[in-house]
Design a protein around this ligand. Structure first.
Ligand code: MN3
Length: 233
């Protein structure tokens, strides 16, 4: 059972009330650490836009390391949170390890989930209407999203997000930051899709040509998953 499901379930809550509240979160963290989510496709499935070797290293080395370091920090036991999103909102501002590794875990998990084999995803009509509402056209959105990713100086991410009022917007963050973090300079929102523009995401195939990677990446976006996230609260 995932920690979030455990916390939501009556069984989990009943169990918690029987033990010392000060120890409950620590116990949970030790029992249910964050895990590297299973990829919904093979390493080679995003070829030729993202090569299998890059996928393998990115997932099994980079992402795995964020999860490991995040769990090591949480094992210290001084954090109370409902789920990863809540952890980032509460602690990213004050704890660099949570900020970098919790951010890394969230960002990559979201990205893997919202990618799919090239040429297999079409934007659902309802999402298309929203995109046109906020970006004038799908083409306008695409240009804006790609430009934001290309223009991010150094390492970081570009995002499609939903604001608390439902409005869609594009933003970008440095390093492993994301719009869930309550930190000065970060525009708050719920990330619906994100592109990693760290060099480890594209250098083996694209070298210094980030714009080519960004254009290729756009063709991998799984719009059905993006729309599912938009419709969640
Ligand atoms: Mn990465």
């Amino acid at each position: 059972m995932k920690k979030r499901d455990f916390l939501k379930s009556g069984l989990g809550l009943a169990g918690l009330s029987l033990i010392n509240p000060a120890q409950s979160i620590q116990t949970l963290a030790a029992v249910e650490p964050f895990v590297l989510p299973k990829l919904p496709y093979a390493y080679s499935d995003l070829e030729p836009m993202i090569d299998a070797r890059t996928m393998e290293i990115h997932y099994s080395k980079h992402h795995a390391a964020y999860v490991e370091k995040l769990n090591a920090e949480l094992a210290k036991g001084k954090f109370e949170y409902k789920n990863l999103e809540d952890l980032l909102a509460k602690y990213a501002g004050e704890n660099k390890t949570i900020r970098n590794n919790g951010g890394g875990h969230f960002n990559h998990s979201l990205m893997w989930k919202t990618l799919t084999k090239p040429g297999t995803s079409k934007m659902p009509p309802e999402l298309e209407i929203e995109i046109i509402t906020y970006f004038d056209s799908v083409e306008g959105f695409m240009v804006n999203f790609q430009k934001t990713a290309v223009d991010r100086f150094g390492s970081g991410w570009a995002w499609l997000c939903k604001a608390p009022d439902g409005r869609l917007f594009i933003t970008s963050t440095a390093n492993q930051d994301n719009p869930l973090m309550k930190i000065d300079g970060i525009v708050q929102g719920k990330p619906l899709a994100g592109i990693d523009v760290w060099e480890h995401a594209y250098y083996l195939k694209y070298f210094n040509k980030r714009a080519d990677y960004v254009a290729a990446f756009y063709q991998l976006i799984n719009w059905n998953e993006v729309e599912k996230l938009r419709k969640e609260k």
